[in-house]
Design a protein around this ligand. Structure first.
Ligand code: UD1
Length: 364
């Protein structure tokens, strides 16, 4: 029997591990698949609700790390994860995405000569000021198997000299979750709860430091959202970081009544919201992909994207942090000028099955 430990830490990890966990159940004679939650995200609405929505079992290990500076958070995960690895001696670990838990656990495992698998490898924004970019580059450089979601990832890894035998283009596990749970979202009553009409509202998510940590940028963002709210209802589920900054900068009172701020929303309700939005405004990584898959218009308020396929063939527009540009584009979409999109190759709901098959082969 081989033992695998998959790592989850922050909100965008849960939907990537869920389909892998399901896929490994088909190998239960030969592979024991365990889950370790580092506790990087710990609020009920940032973590627990996802386990329930995604039908994930309780994690086998919980490290309870919580918040801190980058160094503190990363180091604390490493110290606690090393203990688990020494005790459990897994044959390999799986890490997903680009959060601090991803690099912390891959680094810990590789120093103990435990194989590391990176799912969603090869993505590059080219912006080393983003902590996620550092996490991506470093994790890829110490991974033994790298599973890639889009062709830019294959090219990036080739350019960085990663040998071809380690790299596989297998599709997108986050889209596996989306495809699997999409039929279930009909049960969601989130639209009723906020009195939203299908395809007649704008959904907003913003949490990157570049958008929400400076008072000046946050004021401009609220002005933009208020302006959009004069045309459509706007729903803005806020990340704890954004909420804290809005309060600290006394900006909560500037918010228009048509701009609805909510706590973070669980996976199924959020999927119901993305599926039926007229427009999404975001700085998230994953939402660029989800909107492309769903064919929903998306404006990304960032200067770079590590997911260029969503701009090349999808419905995503990358507009930088110049909010005047974003305003023009948003009003155009609301006026009916939409960007047609296609679904990228292998975003077909079966990526986790392909990955589990490759890993099973690798271990046998
Ligand atoms: C992390 C990821 C980011 C991902 C995001 C999704 C890194 C470097 N960043 O950023 O890639 O897009 O998650 O949400 O790993 N907080 C809470 N409750 C929680 C979690 C966080 O209140 O459950 C607050 C804390 O004040 C904390 C802050 O949010 O200091 C930031 O959390 P952290 O995990 O450091 O990074 P995120 O900004 O969430």
């Amino acid at each position: 029997m081989k033992k695998i430990i998959s790592v989850v830490g922050a909100r965008p990890n849960f939907m990537k591990i869920a389909p892998l966990h399901r896929a490994f159940q088909n190998y239960s004679d030969t592979i024991k698949h365990l889950i370790c939650h580092t506790g990087q995200h710990y609020d009920e609405k940032m973590s627990k609700v996802f386990f329930e929505d995604l039908e994930l079992p309780q994690p086998d290990f919980y490290l309870g790390i919580g918040s801190g500076s980058h160094a503190e958070q990363t180091a604390n995960v490493m110290i606690q994860f090393e203990k688990i690895l020494l005790e459990e001696k897994p044959d390999l670990i799986i890490v997903v995405g680009d959060v601090n838990s991803t690099i912390a656990c891959s680094l810990t495992a590789s120093k103990l000569h435990i194989k590391v698998v990176h799912v969603e490898a090869g993505l590059r924004s080219g912006d080393r000021l983003m902590p996620e970019e550092i996490n991506r580059v470093l994790t890829d450089s110490i991974s033994d198997l790298l599973f890639v979601t889009e062709k830019s990832g294959m090219e990036n890894l080739k350019n960085e000299g990663v040998s071809d035998e380690k790299v596989f283009f297998t599709g997108n596990v986050m889209i596996d979750s989306l495809a699997y749970f999409k039929p279930k979202v009909e049960n969601s009553n989130i639209h009723k709860q906020y009195n939203l009409e299908f395809y007649k509202y704008v959904l907003v998510t913003l949490h990157r430091p570049s958008n929400v940590d400076s008072k000046e940028q946050l004021i401009k963002l609220i002005d933009l959202l208020n302006e959009i709210a004069s045309k459509r209802k706007v729903l803005f589920p806020i990340h704890p970081r954004t909420k804290k900054n809005l309060a600290d900068f006394s900006l909560l009172e500037k918010i228009d009544s048509n701009l609805i701020l909510t706590d973070p929303i669980g996976y199924l309700d959020f999927l119901a919201l993305t599926s039926n939005a007229e427009l999404i405004l975001t700085d998230s990584g994953g939402i660029q992909e989800e909107s492309t898959y769903l064919g929903v218009q998306c404006i990304t308020l960032r200067t770079s994207t590590e997911r260029p396929i969503t701009v090349e063939i999808g419905t995503n527009q990358l507009l930088g942090t110049d909010l005047d540009k974003a305003k023009v584009a948003a009003l155009e979409v609301l006026g009916g000028k939409i960007k047609e999109g296609k679904i990228p190759d292998l975003w077909d709901g079966k990526a986790a099955e392909r990955i589990a098959a490759k890993i099973s082969n690798y271990l046998s």
